[in-house]
Design a protein around this ligand. Structure first.
Ligand code: SF4
Ligand code: SF4
Length: 205
């Protein structure tokens, strides 16, 4: 008969005293190590909707959808697909909101029955539309973030300073722009890049 080695005997004695090394999940909940890298989670308050995380994700686990309603309301839905995420943390590393818009959590239990319905999480951000053509420019929080970052330089761009004044409540959100003929008088408005270029290059008053 082959005799057990000293190391194996020591492990066996330790297991008798300390109990088994494996956890009793699912009978008992499993507590992951504090440094465990689990599913990333969005923080709706901190996220500004810039989509940098979508750009860097190596497995396309983040996507977005911009929806413009008939009533002029527009929102960006950012989607995180938990079933394809590899928890690499690139989204958190690239997040422009001081890495607070999306963060790895220690949530590891991601099993589900209905993949179509349960394998994703979403957050919504309000979109700013161009005051001439109505196409989405960026999320309102993103424009606010840019104007805060560049400070007084924002006053060289009507889209940025008007967004900032609106967010401060100095300009009424409900003021509807008149004159939308892409003339020079339309330049001091919140505009997309195309309308900004056209109103700048036009010879119309
Ligand atoms: S952790 Fe990695 S794979 Fe998952 S969403 Fe972030 S960047 Fe994509
Ligand atoms: S702020 Fe961060 S979490 Fe939000 S869209 Fe940008 S990179 Fe992603």
């Amino acid at each position: 008969m082959k005799l057990p080695k000293i190391r194996e005997l020591t492990e066996a004695i330790k297991a008798v005293i300390k109990g088994p090394y494996t956890s009793k999940f699912p009978k008992e909940p499993h507590e992951p190590h504090p440094n465990f890298r689990g599913q990333p989670k969005f923080d709706e308050e901190n996220c500004v909707g810039c989509l940098a995380c979508e750009e860097v994700c190596p497995v396309e686990a983040i996507a977005h959808q911009d929806v413009v309603g008939d009533n002029g309301n527009a929102k960006r839905t950012i989607i995180h697909y938990t079933d394809v995420c590899i928890f690499c943390g690139q989204c958190e590393a690239a997040c422009i909101a001081d890495h607070e818009g999306i963060k790895l959590s220690n949530d590891w239990e991601l099993s589900f029955f209905d993949r179509k319905e349960e394998s994703y999480e979403t957050i919504d951000k309000e979109l700013q539309l161009c005051e001439i053509c109505g196409s989405p420019i960026a999320c309102k929080d993103h424009l606010k973030w840019i104007s805060e970052k560049i400070g007084e330089l924002a006053y060289s761009n009507p889209t940025l300073y008007l967004s900032r004044l609106k967010s401060l409540g100095i300009v009424d959100e409900n003021i509807v722009s008149a004159m939308k003929d892409k003339g020079r008088s339309d330049r001091v408005k919140i505009l997309c890049a195309r309308c900004r270029r056209e109103t700048t290059l036009t010879t119309k008053e």
